[in-house]
Design a protein around this ligand. Structure first.
Ligand code: SF4
Length: 392
């Protein structure tokens, strides 16, 4: 059979500069564009990429950033993720399980310091997962004490528990896939079916929760594998998307992987900002501490995560101790960096307004808690800050 001109036509790959100019003019990114941008090298192209991401962020959010306090209240876990310091089979990792009183006290300190949200994180701790009342009671206690937005990161839980978490005060459910490349996923989350995690996120949305999705990079995986995961985020109904660089942990199966720098993570933050102008995208203090914050914000992030009250015995995840007890991972500790980046922290009321605009219309959603503002908006509602200029 004769080949026609149309059969043999291959779209030329555009340069970084061409892709960014088109995106700023409103054109959508193709999967190929995503891979080209993630592969950007050289000062000129990188500066163009980060600058474009900041422009898109400013159109959607102005100069406002959100601050998240982090309370890793149980480091016990039944799973054995290959990348994780707290995997069940690693007997050397420090384990603790904070009491409700200790968690409420830490959350109160975070509220007083000026965070917009409390992130309650645990490993898949059987003590909590086997008791249907334990986690809702913890969420209720923190909600009553702080009146702040709450994110829960308990691992995979069922639809009934998700509804109870929403009813007791949780606003967000965080569950990270880490990779949408099936081969890499199976090397990372050992023995945990990928579709179970995907299903739990859908169930969380139906329960009226907002969802945070997360990717990890830095395993030496091909760029095409990571680009596939970033592009796959388009199919995930998540209102916050994050990426973190893998930090090799002693005693784990992936301990021997050479540590990567943060460049690919920062490029991914920028690409996600271009893909999703109105979503929340964190700059985590958990990978490089305070020293890595400016680069991540300059790449287009609009949330600072893993703010931890010092001297409480609370750990980080990728960096269990770094920058915690010296106070660098606090609201005061990040203030100078925000100013350097030309950014200002949102108030909790501004943050509450954003999440109420982004919340799905769910039959199970309870009445707003005392001290909160706003009502549920429809699923097509475009999350936007009252203080922000219109745009992208
Ligand atoms: S990443 Fe989470 S689920 Fe996996 S082993 Fe670590 S604490 Fe457990």
């Amino acid at each position: 059979m004769m080949m026609t001109a149309a059969d043999t036509h291959v779209s030329p790959i555009r340069t970084v500069e061409q892709i960014l100019a088109a995106r700023l003019d409103g054109e959508a990114l193709s999967d190929k564009d995503v891979e080209v941008l993630l592969g950007a090298t050289g000062q000129h192209d990188l500066e163009l990429l980060f600058s474009a991401a900041r422009t898109v962020r400013a159109r959607a959010f102005g100069d406002v950033v959100f601050l998240y306090g982090f309370v890793y209240f149980s480091t016990y876990c039944k799973n054995a993720c290959a990348f994780c310091y707290y995997r069940a089979t690693d007997g050397a990792s420090p384990r603790y399980r904070k009491s409700i009183g200790e968690v409420v006290e830490a959350a109160g300190r975070l509220r007083d310091s000026g965070v917009d949200l409390i992130d309650l994180t645990m490993g898949e701790d059987p003590r909590y997962l086997d008791d249907p009342d334990a986690l809702p009671a913890l969420v209720r206690a923190v909600a009553d004490e702080t009146r702040l937005a709450i994110m829960v990161s308990p691992g995979v839980v069922g639809p009934g528990m998700l509804r109870r978490l929403r009813a007791t005060g949780a606003d967000w459910y965080a569950l990270y896939q880490e990779s949408y490349d099936p081969a890499l996923y199976s090397r990372l989350r050992l023995g945990q079916p990928a579709d179970r995690r995907i299903r739990a996120k859908r169930q969380a949305r139906r329960a009226g929760l907002l969802v945070e999705e997360g990717l990890m990079t830095g395993f030496g995986e091909p760029l095409s594998s990571f680009a596939r995961s970033v592009s796959a985020l388009r199919g995930v109904d998540a209102q916050q998307v994050r990426v973190m660089t893998f930090v090799p942990q002693a005693g784990t199966p992936l301990a021997g992987i050479a540590p990567a720098d943060s460049l690919l993570e920062r490029k991914a933050i920028a690409v996600m900002r271009l893909l999703f102008p109105g979503k929340l995208i964190p700059a985590s203090l958990d990978v490089d501490g305070l020293a890595g914050l400016k680069g991540r914000l300059d790449a287009g992030a609009n949330v600072v995560t893993s703010i931890i009250p010092p001297q409480t015995g609370l750990a980080g995840v990728a960096q269990a101790e770094a920058d915690i007890d010296n106070g660098a991972r606090t609201v005061a500790g990040v203030a100078d960096t925000l100013e350097l980046c030309g950014l200002v922290p949102a108030t909790p009321a501004q943050y509450r307004a954003w999440i109420e605009g982004a919340r799905p219309a769910a039959p199970a959603a309870p009445a707003a808690r005392a001290g909160t503002a706003g009502t549920a908006a429809g699923p097509e509602a475009r999350p936007r800050l009252a203080v922000c200029e219109a745009g992208a």
